[in-house]
Design a protein. Structure first.
Length: 610
């Protein structure tokens, strides 16, 4: 029987000779440093100097379970985990260029197909021992032949320090596209696709992703500021979006937009406890935004906003000209007119709803001065009575041509109840005062479109931390600015490509859209893997300068967990008493209901972990 040494001299490949290991310790614990045996040999023979200093570890060394309060993604270890499998600490570096690795194509590979590659020894054809090591989306296999001591190590993706590149790129793809990692984890779990836990995702976001988003937004913002500085005074549109309706909102984001270029200039995020309540967030957001523009040598000519009373007073004190958005006034008036037209004696008003809506826009757009807008608006009351000559010298006659009436019944009769109610609704002092300040050029419709974009990145049913909320708002602004004035899509014949939609909000009226682009995602990916990952401290320092307000819940004293549990299980607990009182109507246990206890100060809720 030939010795192992004779076999190795007969079979070629110096790499194979170097890879032979007789130590049984190697069979028990395998260290891996490269994607192939050849790379390992180059690293050991090149003599390139000492091993570089290790980076701070950003990945978990064990595939631990997510904290139990995240029940949606609690199971993170392989369902096929066996005692022979292990999750080992990866080596320091793979020796590959990470700036190229993240652009490689990726595939979904079944584990059984991978094991077929390492099942038999390529030299003696005997079965081999195969150990698998997994870390999120990363997997490596160590193949050891007990007969000829052949050893091979393979890994599915490159490593940078202790971080698999695929794990970081998965987190970046979810974050930069406005996705939910919890939903992504559910999808992967449904098909048994291995992925890293939520804790690793938050580590990636905190160390690399959010600093990259913050840095890119500041660079893009400065570029827009520099392009506007030579123009002198600029026009603005401003509006606030709250994360929930009513007076219970925690966050409010105030956006300033340059209507001539349709670019978002600034976003200010305000937390309600900073200003003493959600009712004061809009004024504070506007103040911060205007101060930021002035600090960058941008002067404001006028601003188009809604009719918020605090904003009106503040702009008056700051001596900035203010106009109102026409759509917001039209929406309020149209709703009242529709409600009025449902009355039995006001049904004739239905024929005029669209015309009155158009007249609001025409009065604003065809005029430049406030008195002219009011005069044209007042002419509406005469027009719906078939009277087209008016007493106001600013607008003495209707602008349309004289026409012969074909349907006299459509006109409103003088002295009728419907005419009285319409006059009371359309000609009151507040409406006339608002009509006088309607914007005749720019509106806030672009901001309404931007708010719809925000919902993709910041859903209202998801709670985000302050920095996470801010960075997702910046992502929405990047998406909007990139697609605000993008080039028209063309087909191979050179014709413009459109997509027709019939949204429910338009009540059947079609709209035409073009497909958006996502170039900012590629830029962020390059920034993360080429710059931020190499020196995260510099970019993280920029983000640390952002002042983070205290959470509103921190102003209350938090009772001990033992006290809450004691109250929860006590028969004298108010929640338990309420459940026992209604037990004849609603069958269920206290643990199933997860009732909320009433206490002094804030309310606390205990949830049974499943």
């Amino acid at each position: 029987m030939q010795s192992v040494g004779i076999q190795c001299t007969i079979l070629p490949s110096a790499a194979t000779q170097t890879g032979q290991v007789r130590s049984k310790g190697t069979h028990a614990t395998v260290s891996f440093t490269s994607v192939s045996t050849e790379t390992a040999i180059k690293a050991s023979t090149s003599g390139l100097g000492p091993t570089p200093v290790k980076r701070p570890k950003t990945e978990l060394l064990d595939e631990e379970e997510i904290p139990t309060h995240l029940s949606e993604i609690q199971q993170t270890r392989d369902s096929s985990y066996e005692a022979g499998d292990s999750v080992a600490e990866p080596s320091e570096t793979s020796g590959m260029d990470i700036s190229r690795d993240y652009t490689d194509a990726k595939y979904i590979v079944f584990e059984s197909c991978l094991r077929e590659l390492f099942k038999t020894c390529p030299f003696c054809k005997n079965d081999c021992n195969v150990q698998r090591h997994r870390l999120g989306t990363f997997v490596s296999f160590c193949q050891v032949c007990e007969h000829c001591q052949y050893t091979k190590k393979w890994q599915s993706q490159p490593m940078k320090g202790s971080t698999p590149v695929g794990n970081l790129q998965m987190s970046a793809a979810v974050y930069f596209t406005g996705g939910s990692f919890i939903q992504m984890h559910k999808i992967c779990r449904a098909m048994n696709l291995q992925i890293h836990p939520f804790r690793s995702f938050r580590t990636h976001a905190r160390m690399f992703l959010e600093p990259a988003v913050f840095h890119k937004w500041k660079m893009d913002q400065q570029a827009v500021f520099q392009s506007l500085q030579p123009l002198g005074k600029i026009a603005l549109s401003g509006d606030m979006r709250a994360d929930s309706p009513g007076h219970s909102a925690k966050y409010g984001s105030y956006t300033l937009l340059h209507p001539d270029s349709n670019k978002i200039l600034d976003i200010q995020l305000i937390q309600s406890n900073e200003v003493g309540g959600s009712a004061h967030m809009e004024k504070e957001g506007l103040r911060r935004g205007l101060d930021h523009l002035e600090s960058n040598q941008l002067q404001v000519d006028y601003i188009v906003t809604d009719r918020h009373t605090q904003v009106q007073k503040y702009l008056l004190e700051r001596e900035i000209k203010q106009y109102y958005d026409v759509w917001l006034l039209q929406k309020g008036i149209s709703k009242k007119l529709e409600k009025l037209s449902r009355n039995k004696d006001c049904q004739v008003l239905r024929n005029w709803l669209v015309a009155i809506k158009n007249h609001i826009y025409w009065s604003a757009m065809s005029s430049t001065e406030g008195p002219e807008k009011v005069a044209k608006w007042k002419s509406l009351l005469n027009h719906i009575q078939n009277v087209h000559i008016h007493e106001d010298p600013v607008f003495p006659k209707c602008a349309h041509a004289d026409r012969v009436t074909r349907d006299p019944s459509k006109w409103l009769k003088p002295g009728t109840m419907v005419l009285y109610k319409v006059e009371k609704l359309l000609m009151n002092k507040r409406v006339l005062r608002d009509v006088e300040k309607l914007s005749h050029q720019h509106q806030t419709s672009a901001l309404e479109a931007f708010h719809r974009v925000i919902r993709r990145f910041v859903p209202k049913n998801v709670v985000f931390p302050f920095i996470g909320m801010l960075c997702r708002l910046y992502l929405a602004a990047m998406h909007f600015n990139e697609n605000a004035d993008h080039e028209q899509a063309m087909n191979l014949e050179g014709n413009a490509v459109y997509r027709i939609m019939y949204p429910e909000s338009k009540k059947g009226q079609p709209i035409v859209k073009t497909e958006p682009t996502f170039g900012y995602v590629k830029d962020l990916m390059r920034l993360v893997f080429v710059e931020v990952f190499e020196d995260p401290a510099y970019y993280s320092e920029e983000l640390r300068k952002v002042p983070i307000p205290d959470s509103p819940s921190e102003q209350f004293d938090r009772p001990k967990k033992e006290d809450l549990i004691a109250r929860h299980v006590s028969r004298f607990s108010p929640a338990v008493a309420g459940i026992q009182h209604s037990s004849h109507q609603h069958q269920g246990t206290l643990a199933e209901s997860g009732g909320q206890h009433t206490m002094e100060g804030p309310q606390h809720q205990l949830t049974k972990l499943r």
